[in-house]
Design a protein around this ligand. Sequence first.
Ligand code: ADP
Ligand code: MG
Length: 253
Amino acid sequence: MKIETEGVSVHYRATRALNAIDIAAHPGEVLGLIGPNGSGKSTLVKAIAGIAAATGRVLFGGEPRRPEVLGYMPQDIGARTALTVLEVVLLGRLGRLGLRVDQRDLAAVGATLEELGLSRLASRFIGELSGGQRQLVYLAQALAAEPPVLLLDEPVSALDIRHQLEVLEIIGRLTRERGLTTIAILHDLNATARHADRVALLKSGDLIGHGRPADILTAPLIARAFEVEAAVSTGADGHPIITPLRALGRKAA
Ligand code: ADP
Ligand code: MG
């Protein structure tokens, strides 16, 4: 299901968080959403999810109607609930649960837990997990709904490098296998280069780049967006490799 935003703007009282954003995300592809802190990434994902009041249009498969099931993983994940891992992931199927949980729901949740290596944590309380484990549980919750669309706000920010790689590979594989349309907010530019099929780059609420990783992850655009001088080369596999060199616009002490 293709997702398109047309002139999407969001205001928070005096703050203009997004200025007329036009992006497109395609089935079977991961769109990596990048940009500095406060550039509007979370706001854009919330506008697409329908949980931030926006002007402009968001189209799903060409229609303004949101699909009934959306996989959304928020950036700020609370841990105050006294729920087990199994229960949290099962809640991801809430839209599909009738008055009782049936075998199909439990099987889908079990398969998702297995996929993310969470099976042995199933009966643990969510509040007793590490931040990284909790992040995996909420990713499992988003996947358990078997949504056509995955909106992931920093899905790997709390994970160690092995888990980052594993989870990005899982996200990519499920996106391709199930034809999901995935939008993932990422911070690591090298991970973005390897795992995103397309990239959208935000700066102060403006879209300043949208296209293939090699066309967006360039030294001039990185300098403009992040105010960082970076060396960009091409790896053996054709992906750009980004080495941040120094912060621009500030004298060294
Ligand atoms: P990012 O995810 O790229 O770090 P956000 O989308 O969270 O950025 O925020 C974009 C801008 O909107 C920031 O200036 C932020 O301070 C502001 N903002 C975000 N959420 C709110 C809110 N609920 N109320 C007021 N301002 C907000
Ligand atoms: Mg954010």
